[in-house]
Each structure stands twice: as structure tokens, then as C-alpha cells.
Design a binder for this molecule. Structure first.
Ligand code: FES
Length: 347
């Protein structure tokens, strides 16, 4: 129902934006747009006076007031009217259908064509790809997020952690291209010969939209270091003052391809600790190795219950670390890994 006359009454209301299911509270007398913006929830707006209709949403359940002076704020009165959310004030809890809603901390996915600046070797089989985003309209991402490359001839997108911090136009990727990893070898071969590549970003919820106010523990296996590098390069120059510890596990010493960089952070920042772990095994997926990384974390002094933990590696490693740290008191919602979004718990 729509109230078009003067503000009849006004209540604090719970708003649900569908189909995404974004939920927020609206104070009494506050427009849906103002309440959403206050809580860092975004949907398209422009004029904010009911003219452009870009903020139009369909009222599925509930009651809204649009004010007597602005009947044009209802585009299509009826059973489920379309309403301009920039001016609509809820009179009850409401469910509203509107596309292109971004929850707090969420960024729009964008496609861009980047220049391939360089591809260089970091060790025997690990390559660094430097990609230059186009000037102007540079897509945003948060530290810790990943992107997908569109490689000609590949039916599926190729996903890589962004190894650099948000801000500069130059993006860094770390690609492990052992000879037996045919797909990765083809990606490196393509990038080596290409001047441009199309990519989509950002992806992933294991990220930091802002600098947190608590201890951080970062656990990486192999090229999972790339995600941690983005987080560290975002945190350290931005005044993060709590303890920050990186545990980096590799199979062989030569696989620790940016050890010098990690050691340099440790020299430069008092709150940063580097804990390298070399398994000296042929595969990083050995069960003992997983336990060793979690045990290394637990052997050090951490305020586990009040820390944020980011882990990057195989599903077996990630779930093993999660289980060990939860037993030590880490709340589940303080553990972040991309693996949790796409992988089942290994049996
Ligand atoms: S922003 Fe233009 S009608 Fe709402």
C-alpha cells in the first residue's frame, strides 16, 4: 500500500531488498535511500527527487509513504506498485524488488581490457604477470580479492588472486606453471605473447574493505601467498598497528619465491612477523603438512579468540586449519578463505 498524502505516521522499519536479500533498518521518517546510504548499502540513484526513475523498486510487501507533493513517485500504482526509493518512507516493514543492489563492502563486478605490461619469472615455475588497468573508471577491488582472466580458447574463466594492494593501476598476479600444469602453462604462454587481456573483477569475500582494529593471522600455502601480499601491502602502509603474522608453507625451499620481500616487511614493521615453513615434501597436500601449519600458529602467542584469520591453499589445508583454530577458540565468523565459497569439506 502507498500513502500519497502527508506523512500519515512513520515507524522504524526492517527493509528487505530482493532478490539479493539485503536487509537493513530504516529510522522513523527516513527515506529508504537515506537509510541504505547511511548503512553503506548502494543502489542506483541520480536526481533524488523522483524524476529520473533510476531508483525505482517494486513494493512486494508493506506500506510506504511518498508524500502529498510528489505523486509521480509512484510509477505504476496497483497491487505491487513501483516506487521511487529515493523519496519513499516506510510505514511498516517492507520487501522491495530492485536490481543492482550492493551490500555493505560489496563492489560491482566489471569487465575491462588491460595491457599486459610484463611477464617475468619469480622462480623456476612461478611467474609474475603485471597488468595495467585502463586510465579512468578503474574498477575498484578490496585487498584479498581475486579476478578472472578471459583467455582465448578457454571455455572457463581463469581465476587468480590479485597480489597487489588496491589503488595503483598496475595489478600483479602470481601464476604457478609447473610443466605438468598444462592449463597454467598455456595462460603464461598467452600472456607472454599478448598485448592486452580481458579480465573481470572483483571476486571474493575473503577481503578487507577497511583496516581492522584487531590482530590478524595470515596462513598461505604456495602461491596462496599472492592474496596475503595484497592484504599486507594494504595494511602496513595504512597504519595497521596490531600484530600481523604471516605463516607461509611451501614444499621446497626454492618455492618460497618472495621470501626476501616477507623478510623485508619484518625488518621494516615492528608489528609484522614472518613464519616460513618448508615441508621438504613433494606435495603440499600431505596431511602432516596441514597439521604443521596449524600447529605453528598455535605454538605462537596469539589472541586467537579476538583475531581475524585469512587462509589460502587447498581445501584440505583450509578446513584443517579452520578446525584446529576453532578448537582453540576462534569464532567461525573471524575465519576467511575463498575456499569456503567454492569447495566442499574434503572427506
Ligand atoms: S533518484 Fe531519480 S527518481 Fe529516485
Amino acid at each position: 500500500m502507498i500513502f500519497g498524502q502527508a506523512w500519515v505516521f512513520s515507524v522504524m522499519a526492517r527493509i528487505v531488498l530482493l532478490p539479493k536479500g539485503v536487509v537493513f533498518e530504516c529510522d522513523a521518517g527516513e527515506s529508504i535511500y537515506d537509510a541504505a546510504a547511511r548503512q553503506e548499502i548502494r543502489f542506483p540513484v541520480s536526481c533524488r527527487n523522483g524524476v529520473c526513475e533510476i531508483c525505482k523498486g517494486r513494493l512486494l510487501i508493506g506500506e510506504l509513504s511518498v508524500g502529498a507533493s510528489a505523486p509521480n513517485l509512484i510509477a505504476n500504482a496497483g497491487h505491487q506498485p513501483e516506487v521511487m526509493l529515493c523519496r519513499a518512507v516506510p510505514q511498516s516493514d517492507c520487501e522491495i524488488e530492485i536490481e543492482s543492489v550492493y551490500a555493505r563492502g560489496e563492489l560491482p563486478l566489471k569487465s575491462v581490457v588491460c595491457q599486459v605490461e610484463s611477464v617475468s619469472k619469480l622462480d623456476n615455475y612461478i611467474y609474475k604477470a603485471s597488468l595495467l588497468l585502463p586510465a579512468g573508471g578503474t574498477p575498484e577491488f578490496y585487498a584479498g580479492q581475486y579476478l578472472s582472466l578471459e583467455i582465448p580458447g578457454f571455455e572457463e574463466a581463469c581465476y587468480f588472486s590479485i597480489a597487489s594492494a588496491p589503488g595503483p593501476r598496475l595489478l600483479e598476479l602470481h601464476i604457478q606453471a609447473d610443466p605438468h600444469l598444462e592449463r597454467a602453462c598455456k595462460i603464461v604462454e598467452f600472456l607472454n605473447g599478448a598485448s592486452t587481456v580481458k579480465l573481470n573483477l572483483p571476486h571474493g569475500k575473503a577481503c578487507l574493505p577497511t583496516v581492522p582494529d584487531q590482530e590478524l593471522i595470515l596462513i598461505a600455502a604456495g602461491t596462496g601467498f599472492a592474496q596475503m601480499k595484497s592484504l599486507i601491502e594494504f595494511l602496513l602502509p595504512n597504519g595497521f598497528a596490531h600484530p600481523l603474522t604471516l605463516y607461509w608453507g611451501v614444499r621446497k625451499e626454492q618455492d618460497m619465491y618472495m621470501r626476501e620481500q616477507a623478510e623485508q616487511w619484518q625488518r621494516e614493521y615492528k608489528n609484522f612477523q614472518f613464519r616460513p615453513h618448508i615441508a621438504d615434501i613433494d606435495t603440499i597436500d600431505g596431511v602432516d603438512h596441514h597439521n604443521q601449519l596449524a600447529e605453528a600458529v598455535l605454538a605462537d602467542e596469539h589472541d586467537i579468540a579476538n583475531s581475524l584469520v585469512f587462509t589460502s591453499g587447498s581445501p584440505r589445508l583450509v578446513f584443517s586449519v579452520l578446525d584446529s583454530l576453532e578448537q582453540a577458540g576462534l569464532p567461525e565468523d573471524q575465519f576467511f578463505s575463498d575456499v569456503l565459497e567454492y569447495a566442499e569439506r574434503p572427506r
